[in-house]
Design a protein around this ligand. Structure first.
Ligand code: SF4
Length: 96
């Protein structure tokens, strides 16, 4: 049996009990408001902060794939990209 530390820290338990890619997300347990900015100049700063978190996330590609497969409309930063950036990827014409 694994010895788990005695803690009531919700961030620890979120990451420990969830073995899916979401459980390994860098943003697990964080305030999700950071990833859903309003419009304007402050949004640019907030999006940059969210992207900096995503940049260091070990499940960034799983997250981006999941976000691209969600039905529209899209909001927020997912997989290191804003909704606008994801739309550009999703609907870019493919060269064959
Ligand atoms: S890539 Fe960003 S939004 Fe996606 S799980 Fe990681 S930290 Fe969260």
């Amino acid at each position: 049996m694994t010895d788990l530390p005695i803690t009531d820290d919700p961030l620890f338990w979120t990451a420990t009990l969830d073995r899916t890619w979401r459980g390994r997300a860098r943003c697990a347990g964080m305030d999700t408001d950071l990833f859903f900015a309003d419009r304007g100049n402050e949004a640019k700063i907030q999006n940059a902060e969210a992207k900096a978190i995503c940049k260091e996330c070990q499940v960034r590609f799983e997250c981006l794939e999941d976000a691209l497969n969600e039905p529209q409309p899209w909001f927020g930063v997912r997989g290191g990209l804003t909704a606008k950036e994801r739309r550009r990827i999703k609907w870019r014409p493919r060269i064959r």
